[in-house]
Write a protein that binds this ligand. Structure first.
Ligand code: AMP
Ligand code: ZN
Length: 114
């Protein structure tokens, strides 16, 4: 899908909306979450608009390249080997921004799910 002018993450990817970008290439962008839920909280998005992970994969998106970018981002912000990776798929799962994003949460001991 073409980038949507009404989508805030498309605007960040196009560098039309300010964000603290930590890594960028021709397919993905990583930037600091504006409301961090951990000492380190970075979001990774594809530059092209896609609503969530299921649609990304259905459209033939490369999970290999995306996860390689996630891993490089974790290294870039100094949390390699010690981070939580979360993506919310759909409103019921807590997705608020309808543009695929991975949360990289790190920099502190995180509570378990148990
Ligand atoms: P989710 O609930 O998975 O859709 O997460 C959306 C995330 O986007 C939240 O953690 C927000 O704090 C974050 N967020 C929303 N607007 C911005 C923005 N302009 N810059 C950086 N992060 C944002
Ligand atoms: Zn978008």
């Amino acid at each position: 899908m073409a980038n949507s002018s009404s989508c805030i993450f498309c605007q960040i990817a196009a560098e039309q909306l300010p964000a603290e970008i930590v890594r960028i290439d021709d397919e993905f962008v990583a930037f600091r979450d504006v409301s961090p839920r951990a000492k380190t909280h970075v979001l990774v998005i594809p530059r092209s608009h896609v609503e969530h992970l299921d649609d990304f994969l259905a459209d033939g998106g490369s999970s290999d390249r995306m996860l390689a970018f996630v891993r490089a981002t974790a290294a870039e912000v100094g949390v390699e080997g010690q981070y939580r990776l979360v993506t919310n798929v759909g409103e019921a799962a807590g997705q608020v921004v309808p543009h695929l994003h991975w949360h990289i949460l790190a920099g502190q001991r995180l509570p378990g799910f148990g």
